[in-house]
Design a protein around this ligand. Structure first.
Ligand SMILES: *Cc1c(COP(=O)(O)O)cnc(C)c1O
Length: 356
């Protein structure tokens, strides 16, 4: 069999591990930034109704959901595209914008899907190291733009460090990006943002012709298992995203559940507020233990453990808590499940007292 010559070089996505099962130890998964709350009954009922029509293909145009999103967000339906999770849309962005060898600039460490979707679709990924404070180095990203650049992905707030760029800095960066290069603001965690200095990507999109916003139902809305995300983009970009979509990719159940989630948004927002409270509490406690923790605008916190990252994660795992180590950079820990957070804080305190 002859495979694409570049296939072997494509990194594989490492998912957050499921919790290890150990007799006598209750285990928690704090490694995938999932919403800890079970889906609301209204959403489950809508999904169950949709299940009964599974002999039919889904609405390929995702009509009802796109129109609900457009109304809610104050954009035109022609600006909306959806996909199998926002990762599905990331693929569509690369497919829509990049010829073979064109460049996709993104921060690193950042969302691990970025280099993968670039490579899978024949583009070249250009990672730009984060600053020492775990924020995007937007100056260096703007400086990396060249005639091969088609896409710049800004993870806002950044996964895995939680840091978000503020309005002025972002706007100075966008001023430097040529109009024929598309900037995608990946706002997978936008619902968790509380810093008023962090702009809403949709406000930026309204004033700039080369900005798109990527969002998901996986995190705040708690639908990670159904695979549905959406993009808001300039008309011609949204149309190109729809051209690159897998036909019927977004299933009937996902469409129905997402629509139902928008209908109970207030309740979901109250849950998000509780997760944000957990983030505040976990961050404060870690700092009181002596950890340097960046201000996270998402549903996770970042410990820059460096060379100790894998050891810390392995230690947590033994104690029934799965967290997410990244090479020798650090460890990301999802927050919001009260008992998991307690376990994490206890392990973090113990680690400080035995490793510093
Ligand atoms: C979780 C996450 C996504 C969302 O992925 P889905 O495919 O929608 O589940 C997108 N971007 C970032 C940065 C994420 O962390």
């Amino acid at each position: 069999m002859r495979f694409r010559s570049t296939l072997a070089g494509i990194p594989s996505y490492v998912p957050g591990r499921p919790p290890a099962v150990r007799p006598g130890v209750e285990s928690f998964k704090s490694s995938s930034n999932e919403n800890p709350y079970a889906p609301l009954p209204h959403i489950v009922e809508a999904a169950e109704r949709a299940v009964r029509t599974m002999n039919r293909y889904p609405d390929m145009a995702v009509t009802a959901l796109h129109s609900a999103l457009a109304d809610r967000l104050g954009v035109a339906v022609s600006q909306v595209a959806s996909g199998t999770g926002s990762v599905g849309l990331l693929q569509q962005f690369v497919q829509a914008m990049c010829d073979q060898g064109d460049e996709v600039i993104h921060a690193w460490r950042s969302f691990e899907a970025y280099p993968i979707v670039a490579a899978v679709n024949g583009a070249r990924s250009v990672p730009v190291p984060l600053r020492a404070d775990a924020s995007h180095n937007l100056d260096a990203m703007a400086a990396a733009v060249n005639p091969r650049t088609r896409l710049v992905l800004v993870c806002q707030p950044n996964n895995p460090t939680g840091v978000a760029a503020r309005g002025e800095e972002l706007s100075a960066f966008l001023d430097r990006i040529p109009e024929d290069v598309l900037v995608v603001l990946d706002e997978a965690y936008v619902e968790f943002v509380t810093d008023p200095a962090v702009p809403d990507g949709l406000d930026i999109l309204r004033t700039r012709p080369n900005v798109a916003v990527l969002r998901t139902f996986s995190k705040a809305y708690g639908l990670a298992g159904l695979r549905i995300g959406y993009a808001i983009a300039p008309d011609e970009v949204a149309a190109a995203l729809r051209t690159c979509a897998v036909p019927f990719g977004v299933g009937t159940v996902a469409q129905a559940a997402a629509l139902a989630a928008l209908e109970v948004e207030d309740e979901l927002r109250a849950r998000v507020a509780r997760i944000v409270e957990a983030r505040t509490r976990v961050t404060a406690t870690l700092r009181s233990q002596g950890w340097a923790v960046p201000d996270s605008q998402a549903n996770f916190v970042w410990l820059a453990l460096g060379a100790q990252s894998q050891d810390f994660a392995a230690h947590c795992e033994v104690e029934g808590l799965t967290v997410r180590p990244y090479g020798t950079d650090g460890v990301r820990v999802t927050v919001g499940d009260e008992r998991a957070d307690e376990r994490f804080l206890a392990l973090a305190a113990e680690w400080r007292s035995t490793h510093t």
